[in-house]
Design a protein around this ligand. Structure first.
Ligand SMILES: [Zn+2]
Length: 397
């Protein structure tokens, strides 16, 4: 493994390989995204100047030394989760501590969730739990009940905590799952990404090359379909993990480590390791929220009742981001992703970045009555807006 890594780095130093195919085009701040690939730019690749330096650079023995943690939140976490309501779901229930000292997954999951709740509450979040004890509850096996608790309790998002196991003893990596077709970016995917990065950094698994975020469709593709990625033909068919499938809010399921891995199993019996896992979840969640969730609201000049049949809805756009000094700048969004839907149909837009105003017109006449408007956009921290709907009424009934 190490030999091949050195070869790869040496080859990279010699300019022979590249992660992405194609010639590099220097960034042009005024590029409208239509210029495509242009001139070839030569550049220096990698931090090392010699092959010996590269050898030191790729020496990975230190990977298994867990980075020290003091469990003190950085100052930017203060109040970062004020007003955020999170549903935690410690997977399974009715866990037991066996005589040989082995504990069941349900207990590990509960330990992590209870410590995570403590950290989240310290940053101002409200936390709802699907269970708080190791005892069986009437709904313990009801995944839909667990998922719907997040709606009933008006939570913003949902986190299900599990530990993995498999027949292959050497398997040990982190996996974070979201429910969506694998090629469809969504809010749950964003949350999964921030959490994966933090858990990966802190837990140092034995197979870091496998660590990652996955659509639960990859594990359980839609039934009866050879190509599990075709969203359009699968409506109504179950796919992915039951608990994620039943969610209406963004949600993820994490598999922290493998109980079937000899050293992983030992680590999972260590409360300190579970606390580390809780901390990784905590900082991942915080970084996700801190990066902001873009949203729209009816503009203050916009009345809730509008004249039909083809109204122009006046909206205010918020990039959701936290920095204060640039608050008066245009919203920091990826403009090419900006879309607004009226009743699930894409609307025609006029956008005024200087004042963060959007004017959205439906493609077809709207009947008198209730309608909804919804945003879809990516901010520059890489977070998608949530699929929430804002109601308005077309008058004239
Ligand atoms: Zn589980």
């Amino acid at each position: 493994m190490r030999g091949s890594l050195i070869c790869l780095i040496a080859a990279a130093l010699a300019g022979l390989t590249s992660i992405v195919q194609g010639a590099y085009v220097p960034a042009d701040p005024w590029d409208d995204g239509r210029s495509g690939l242009g001139a070839v730019t030569e550049g220096i690749v990698g931090p090392a100047h010699t092959e010996e330096a590269a050898v030191i650079y790729v020496s990975n023995d230190d990977w298994f030394t867990l980075p020290p943690l003091n469990y003190i939140p950085p100052p930017y976490h203060r109040d970062a989760l004020e007003g955020v309501r999170i549903c935690l779901d410690p997977g399974h229930a009715g866990g037991v501590i066996r005589e040989d000292g082995r504990i069941s997954e349900a207990i590990m999951n509960l330990e992590v969730a209870l410590m995570l709740r403590e950290f989240l509450q310290a940053s101002g979040a409200e936390v709802v739990m699907t269970r708080e004890t190791g005892e069986d509850t009437p709904n313990e096996g009801n995944l839909e009940w667990r998922a719907r608790l997040a709606d009933r309790e008006n939570c913003d998002f949902f986190i299900s905590i599990h530990q993995n196991a498999t027949r292959r003893e050497s398997a040990n990596y982190i996996s974070v799952w979201y429910h969506s077709r694998p090629d469809h970016p969504c809010a749950a995917n964003d949350l999964a990404r921030w959490v994966t990065v933090e858990l990966h950094r802190l837990l140092r698994h034995h197979e870091p090359q496998h660590a990652g975020l996955y659509s639960s469709w990859l594990m359980y593709p839609p039934r009866g379909l050879a190509d599990g990625y075709r969203h359009d033909t699968t409506e109504g068919l179950p796919s992915g993990f039951g608990v994620l499938r039943s969610l209406r809010v963004p949600g993820i399921l994490i598999e922290g480590a493998f109980q079937s891995h000899p050293e992983g199993a030992q680590q999972l019996r260590d409360r300190e390791y579970l606390r580390r896992m809780a901390w990784g979840l905590y900082t991942g969640i915080l970084n996700y929220v801190w990066a902001g969730i873009p949203s729209i609201a009816l503009h203050e000049d916009q009345t809730e009742v509008v004249e039909g049949p083809r109204p122009e809805i006046h909206l205010s756009l918020d990039d959701g981001m936290h920095e204060r000094w640039a608050r008066n700048a245009p919203p920091r969004i990826h403009f090419e992703t900006l879309r607004v839907y009226i009743d699930d149909e894409r609307a025609t837009l006029r956008y005024r970045p200087q004042t963060a105003e959007i004017f959205a017109t439906p493609g077809e006449d709207l009947a008198p009555g209730e309608h909804t408007v919804r945003l879809r956009v990516l901010n520059v921290w890489g977070n998608w807006s949530w699929p929430t709907e804002i109601p308005f009424t077309v008058g004239g009934t």
